[in-house]
Design a protein around this ligand. Structure first.
Ligand code: ATP
Ligand code: MG
Length: 363
């Protein structure tokens, strides 16, 4: 299959709004997916992921906004005029047809002759590495194999864009991880644009070039996995991606993004942090600090202190549960083999962190 060229596979969503009664399922979402890019839509249940995907596919029509594929507006076009492939959570194969017949089906619908159908179906089957299984019925395949057939069926007519809605969530963990790598590989190989819905952050971070994080129908942040983890722009993203400690407090002076600040904590004491967004004076703020960025030092020197309540060994790291000033609960993660101080439960310790790693958001 040839590499998609130019801007053909670009997907643009502009100001998308979709309401169901009083619920804004999608609330003014704009995003652009580059041709050949792998974008994950990530968010908790009910955040609007499927609704966005269905609007792009043409199975839902928006209340406001526009959708473009390549240069062409398709907001009101029926699904079969959008040239998209679609893979759902459930395999949705036709049980009475063989694997090859299943894959050839979209070509039959497009009026392509038998010989060409068979040839292209065989090529698609080989692409998902099931070359020998064309004559079987779906029920004679494992879950992962069935999902690969569904992918082959979605790419057999060489769509510009492949939409996938939680395609791996019915698979067990090992198979799921294997398929994540396989789908990523396939996407690179055929150069197709992929929009992939998941509520699993590890899946999103490992597979996607960029991730769109959604909450309550709103786009919280769109960025590369590393940016989302290291530079979250909202408290929601900081809490949703990876693990984080939150400390709440108030600011006495306003701050702009990037400013070093001193926050008076509700639990008592003050904390040095960095404003992650514009923060007005007097507002409640939430400081996010990753467990691996919280350093635990022997007691005795100056600085904030805490007591270790638990030390949980997990091979590659030890997680410390800490009780700081005013009963503030914190976690710290100490990597194994780094020669760092590993205190025991009951021990008093001193805490330290880089000011840039403590990011303050509006609470
Ligand atoms: N056909 C519908 N009628 C009424 N409400 C709907 C309909 N479809 C979705 N919703 C509502 O819109 C919101 C977004 O739903 P959506 O299915 O897009 O979420 P999601 O992020 O895909 O969630 P999940 O991870 O559970 O699949 C939810 O509050 C949902 O209840
Ligand atoms: Mg969904």
């Amino acid at each position: 299959m040839a590499l998609r060229d130019g801007l053909q596979g670009r997907v643009t969503v502009q100001g998308l709004v979709k309401r169901y009664g009083p619920v804004n399922a999608v609330d003014d979402v704009s995003l652009e997916v580059g041709s050949g890019e792998f974008l994950a839509l990530l968010g908790p249940s009910g955040s609007g992921k499927t609704t966005i995907l269905m609007s792009i596919a043409g199975f839902e029509y928006p209340d406001e906004g526009r959708i473009l594929i390549g240069e062409e507006e398709v907001t009101w076009a029926p699904p079969n005029k959008r040239n998209l492939g679609m893979v759902f959570q459930r395999y949705t194969l036709f049980p009475h047809m063989s694997v090859l017949e299943n894959i050839a089906f979209p070509l039959k619908m497009r009026g392509i002759g038998r010989a060409e159908r068979e040839e292209r179906a065989r090529a698609a089957l080989a692409t998902v590495r099931l070359g020998q299984m064309g004559d079987r019925k779906p029920a004679q395949l494992s879950g992962g194999q069935q999902q690969r057939v569904a992918i082959a069926r979605a790419i057999v007519y060489q769509p510009r864009v492949l939409l996938m809605d939680e395609p791996l969530s019915a698979l067990d963990k090992n198979l799921r991880e294997e398929m994540q790598i396989e789908i990523k590989h396939l996407q690179r190989e055929i150069g197709i644009t992929v929009i992939f819905v998941t509520h699993d952050q590890t899946e999103a971070l490992t597979m996607a070039d960029r991730v769109a994080v959604l909450d309550h129908g709103r786009l919280q942040q769109l960025g590369a996995p590393r940016d989302l983890y290291e530079a979250p722009e909202t408290a929601f993203v900081a809490g949703f991606i990876g693990e984080t400690n939150f400390c709440e407090g108030r600011l006495s002076r306003p701050a702009m993004p990037g400013d070093p600040i001193l926050v008076t904590l509700e639990a008592g004491g003050q904390m040095q942090a960095t404003a992650a967004q514009a923060l007005p004076a007097g507002e409640r703020v939430k400081i996010a600090l990753r467990p691996e960025r919280l350093r635990v030092l022997p007691a005795g020197t100056e600085g904030p202190t805490a007591r270790v309540t638990e030390a949980i060994y997990a091979g590659n790291a030890t997680t410390l549960m800490l009780e700081g000033q005013g009963g503030q609960l914190l976690r710290a993660r100490i990597p194994a083999g780094a020669g760092m101080h590993e205190p025991r439960p009951g021990e008093s310790v001193r805490l330290a962190w880089q000011q840039a790693d403590a990011r303050a958001f509006l609470a």
